[in-house]
Design a binder for this molecule. Structure first.
Ligand SMILES: NC(=O)c1ccc[n+]([C@@H]2O[C@H](COP(=O)([O-])OP(=O)(O)OC[C@H]3O[C@@H](n4cnc5c(N)ncnc54)[C@H](O)[C@@H]3O)[C@@H](O)[C@H]2O)c1
Length: 683
């Protein structure tokens, strides 16, 4: 059997009858841009069953006892925040699978095939260097040694071997682990149709934003990109291929996909799965490597179960089986929307309490600590601030509200819309507080916005509260709005501000906004500073007016970096084990003066591909000589800001508005700042 046939138990163009509990029967797709499957036919089970009942179940062609077919070729459509990192991790842990990420945007693909990928995620670059560029064999001692790079060289695949020691080992037996060379198995290309046609599994990971016009504008999911890809998949996918919804989509989209497939390729069998992604920007790689759950929704048919098992086998390369949850396909679609909505709801809940704290003298952190100690509530996601941003929370809450409206459940819709309303209230209250504290006029004043990304350690700026805050401040006619972000590329920030807020906003076009690559320049002569992203760089520096307290053991460990992961848990270390050791080695080499090849202590990496002319990271480096923005460099922390220095060069009365509660207020006040912080009584 050829590898491309391994997932296609059916001959091409075979008519298939499914076993009926969940429909995959063809219908005419709605085709509208504002598609919401739920409004289509939610009570559809009876209709569907009727159609299914028209076909004899005896024509089922699947042998349910057959083993799960191995997966050899995966195509991911959409090289964005989800498609890129997810495919990279799948490829890392499945060297036997060819993983191709396709996108219609040639610029994006060029960047994925370069030294500077289009997104920054901690740890992504090391994975790309192994999966995309292939890696050389390397060896290292299986146990921690005094010299981190000591050990003999052995040639084999990932393995642990014992060998008789030579004189250098003073008569001991040495244990050496070797990781074999591996060829590239992760590819990025614009050849969408071709790669779809070669895949056993097609992951659809394209953008599904909120519709901004027409029916359902502002709430419904804009399925334009998803629908377009579904049509291409329907035309080009191999018979028997499994189509996976990785994008976050409205509940019952699987039905739409199945219908589209049936419309374009009647009588050809495809299985449709839902496998929503739960990663969060900024921790995408950590989330993918240590996923707390993988959710796979499938039809309850034998073929659905087998497709689900095949996808599960891909994840089982690194995720324990018990963390893979299988459900029906609609439960999986809905669970993703509900997960994000509940997280957003928590943030809005604590932000509503922050407003009460400011009016009463309570402190929201203390309230959060007190309630978080109750295990039924838990301590996570209780940090008050200027509200959530990012591409997902708002749109998923709105999508859930729209779903409820479509189901004629207005009370449910209103409940969830309240989460968004509270988020906007928290953000706008912060802007209003700034204006109020500055005597209700910003004319002639300079304000510095610290943080443009929607959260720390990412350059993702989608739905960032900072953008709306800048817009509100600009309306007050300030002399300057300076912006600094430790992770975003200034040229890109300017491009985005021009796109979202209008080109006239930029100083180069006569507007107030100036983007800086240097925090101190941004803060120089400022009347007020606004912390809008919780970057560690903005936390209170150790330079304080009082002696530093004795650091706790956890702080000491955090400063020391990751611990040596050896000896590994399993006899055959995984790529994750290698990455953990690699991270430890790199950290050791920066902690000590150990002469290690920079970022490649095991000499395992191949050279990275060059960047193209239009690479913004390279342009920035040429312009400023500053590296550390692109993914190839990672986000090199520039260290905590020297707040004393910033204070010295600011204007009186040294306003500092902490929208993320990252600074230590008493320390900052001792330095001379006038601090206003969310959830704490102001002046
Ligand atoms: N960003 C996140 O943190 C996150 C987390 C979980 C789930 N999701 C969901 O995952 C999905 C993807 O999100 P994202 O953040 O990766 O989006 P993104 O905008 O970063 O990437 C989407 C990519 O799809 C490409 N694309 C669009 N139409 C295409 C077509 N017809 N053919 C080929 N390529 C096409 C775009 O060019 C773009 O590169 C969304 O549904 C989102 O809700 C996102």
């Amino acid at each position: 059997m050829s590898s491309s046939n391994l997932l296609s138990p059916l001959p091409a163009d075979t008519d298939v009858t499914l076993d009926g509990s969940v429909s995959t029967a063809p219908t005419t797709p709605d085709g509208s841009l504002g598609f919401s499957p739920v409004t289509d036919d939610f009570s559809g089970n009876s209709t569907v069953r009727a159609r299914l009942n028209g076909r004899p179940l005896s024509t089922t062609l699947f042998d349910t006892t057959t083993r799960t077919p191995p997966v050899r070729n995966i195509c991911c459509v959409g090289a964005g925040y989800v498609g890129g990192p997810t495919s990279a991790v799948i490829a890392l842990h499945n060297p036997h699978i060819r993983v191709t990420v396709v996108d219609k945007d040639p610029k994006r693909i060029r960047r994925w095939n370069s030294e500077h990928p289009p997104i920054y995620e901690p740890g992504l670059n090391d994975i790309l260097r192994i999966a995309r560029d292939g890696a050389k064999e390397c060896s290292f001692p299986s146990e921690p040694t005094k010299s981190p790079l000591g050990g003999s060289e052995v040639n084999s695949d990932i393995s642990t071997s014992s060998s008789d020691c030579d004189s250098q080992c003073e008569g001991h037996r040495s244990e050496t682990t070797t990781i074999g060379a591996r060829p590239p198995n992760l590819f990025f290309t614009t050849e969408v149709a071709k790669c779809i046609s070669e895949a056993d599994i097609v992951l659809i990971a394209v953008n599904t934003p909120t519709k901004y016009r027409g029916n359902g504008a502002g709430s419904a999911t804009d399925m334009t990109a998803f629908e377009a890809v579904t049509a291409v998949v329907a035309q080009h996918a191999r018979p028997g291929a499994t189509i996976v919804e990785k994008s976050t989509v409205p509940c019952r989209t699987a039905q739409f996909v199945q219908d589209t497939l049936a419309l374009h390729r009647p009588n050809v069998h495809f299985e449709v799965l839902s496998n929503p992604e739960f990663l969060a920007a900024g921790t995408a790689i950590k989330d993918l490597l240590n996923a707390d759950r993988i959710l796979i929704g499938s039809n309850a048919t034998p073929t659905g179960q087998r497709a689900s098992a095949a996808l599960a086998s891909v994840y089982e390369s690194w995720i324990p089986r018990e963390r893979i949850i299988t459900t029906n396909v609609f439960s999986s679609e809905l669970a993703k929307l509900v997960a994000n909505s509940m997280l957003a709801q928590r943030i809005s809940s604590i932000n509503s309490i922050a407003a009460v704290c400011e009016a009463t003298g309570a402190d929201v952190d203390e309230v959060a600590k007190a309630i978080g100690a109750d295990p039924r509530i838990g301590s996570k996601f209780l940090k008050a601030g200027i509200g959530f941003g990012g591409s997902c929370f708002k749109k998923d809450v709105l999508s859930l509200a729209y779903l409820a409206e479509s189901l004629r459940l207005p009370e449910v819709a209103e409940y969830w819309r309240g989460v968004i309303m509270m988020n906007e209230f928290a953000r706008d209250r912060f802007s209003a507080r700034v204006v109020r504290c500055l005597n209700n006029t910003l004319v002639g004043k300079k304000l510095t916005v610290l943080g443009y990304a929607f959260k720390k350690d990412t350059n993702d700026t989608r739905e960032s509260p900072a953008v709306e805050i800048i817009r509100i401040l600009a309306e007050e006619g300030p002399r300057e709005i300076a912006i600094y972000d430790p992770c975003c590329v200034p040229i890109q920030m300017e491009e985005e501000i021009s796109r979202f807020l209008g080109p006239d906003m930029l100083r180069s076009n006569g507007g107030p906004v100036v983007v800086y690559a240097d925090a101190y320049e941004a803060c120089n002569a400022a009347d007020a500073l606004l912390i809008t992203t919780e970057f560690d760089e903005f936390k209170t520096s150790t330079i304080s007016t009082t002696a530093d307290p004795v650091p706790s053991p956890s702080v000491v460990q955090a400063k020391a970096g990751p611990a040596d992961p050896r000896p590994f848990k399993s006899l055959e270390p995984t790529e994750s084990d290698f990455l953990a050791l690699h991270a430890y080695m790199v950290k050791s080499s920066t902690n000590t003066t150990l002469a290690l090849p920079e970022k490649d202590p095991f000499n395992r990496f191949n050279p990275m591909p060059d960047c193209s002319e239009d690479c913004p990271d390279c342009q920035l480096q040429k312009l400023t000589g500053v590296a550390g923005y692109g993914a190839s460099q990672g986000h090199i922390s520039k260290g905590r800001l020297d707040w004393r220095k910033i204070h010295y060069h600011m204007r009186k009365p040294h306003w500092l508005f902490d929208g993320r509660r990252v600074v230590d207020i008493s320390t900052m006040e001792k330095l001379g700042f006038r601090v206003e912080s969310v959830g704490r009584q102001g002046r």
